[in-house]
Design a protein around this ligand. Structure first.
Ligand SMILES: [Zn+2]
Length: 82
């Protein structure tokens, strides 16, 4: 599903197969997506703890936001946009 993810769902199932399951109303689609999402956030939290321990959280934050989100959206959600 996600080539950069090491969870068993991403190693075993294609995005097309999961999309097929979703479109046909199979409950397995939700189960597989939930498994991947939990693995993603567990790994993200592991990386955050590691970056804090190494004193590199600011660099980790920049890389994470460059890849997954906008600093502008984060600023808006934190009330820092003005
Ligand atoms: Zn995954």
């Amino acid at each position: 599903m996600d080539q950069s993810c090491a969870c068993s769902v991403c190693r075993r199932y294609s995005r097309a197969y999961i999309r097929h399951l979703y479109n046909t109303g199979e409950m397995l689609a939700s189960t597989l997506c939930s498994y991947h999402n939990l693995a993603f956030y567990l790994d993200t939290m592991r990386q955050i703890r590691q970056s804090i321990a190494l004193g590199e959280f600011a660099a980790f934050r920049r890389r994470y936001l460059d890849r997954y989100g906008s600093r502008d959206r984060l600023a808006v959600s934190q009330g820092l946009d003005s």
